[in-house]
Design a protein around this ligand. Sequence first.
Ligand SMILES: C[S@@+](CC[C@H](N)C(=O)[O-])C[C@H]1O[C@@H](n2cnc3c(N)ncnc32)[C@H](O)[C@@H]1O
Length: 306
Amino acid sequence: MALPYSDGNPGIQLNEAITVRSVFDTLRTRFRASGITTPDLDARCLIAGAMGFETEDFFRNEDETVSPDQLSEALLYMDRRAKREPVAYILGQKEFWGRTLSVNASVLIPRPDSETIVENLLDLSENGILPGTQTPAKILDIGTGSGCLLIGLLDEFPSGFAVGVDVCPSAVAIARKNLFLADLENRGVFVCGNGAQSLEGEFDIIVANPPYICTDELSGLEPEIMQYEPVSALDGGPNGLKFYPMIAEIAAHLLSPSGILVAEHGSGQQEDVIKIFSSILDERRFIGFRDISGRPRTVAALPKKR
Ligand SMILES: C[S@@+](CC[C@H](N)C(=O)[O-])C[C@H]1O[C@@H](n2cnc3c(N)ncnc32)[C@H](O)[C@@H]1O
């Protein structure tokens, strides 16, 4: 007996031992037919998740027998992925800056591009523009989502204390869970709010990865993003730049004179972000950075040289 699929894939033969490899073939075929651009990788990740081993151990486990429970889990994952749900939401986790973080549909899936912010701050610290990473630093993360940036920065600034703020209560719940799982609860706190309205004090580092997609571009995004990621984490208003004045105002009030603001932006936005920042933060100089793929990705507001 076999489980056939409408796309012609003969499916999994149930009268013989079902191996990881045969399940892989089934998932891969279904993903190809569904227009998924990374069918092999996604099939490996989801089977590894269903069977409880690491994706990098996939090839070592190819001849393993799959139990009925593992098979039904893998087929459930397959159906969800074929409807274009992202792998990270299906498995409930995503890697960021060396940690595995919990994610669900209330938070943006952390992107490798956003690791640029952590890299920038490490570079600025190495170059003496920011005090060394061992110096106690107060860190603010605006629009924290899963808490990925805040947790990455606490890992790199071991004497730091961080505050993360997000307007979405269910995002704050995930960020708190991640802080707890990272065993960092005594070094950070998350607040639910609009911008940094409820916050006072002085921060040495402010980071932000705000929503920056133009509203009318949202409908053209791939289904994984458009149908599954929260619009409140994507929609940057008519020109995608809606949040940058607010971020600059927060920095004007809460960033210490020697402190640094680093914000992520989208494609083609770097000049505009620098313009917005310099109109509000006139006591600072600005540097634009590129991400690992060479695309302009972040803007840092630095203290003026003395
Ligand atoms: C692009 S996501 C970034 C999430 C996370 N920092 C990351 O880098 O993956 C932007 C986040 O900003 C939050 N947000 C949107 N508007 C906000 C506001 N007015 N105040 C605070 N957070 C806001 C969203 O809920 C979302 O979690």
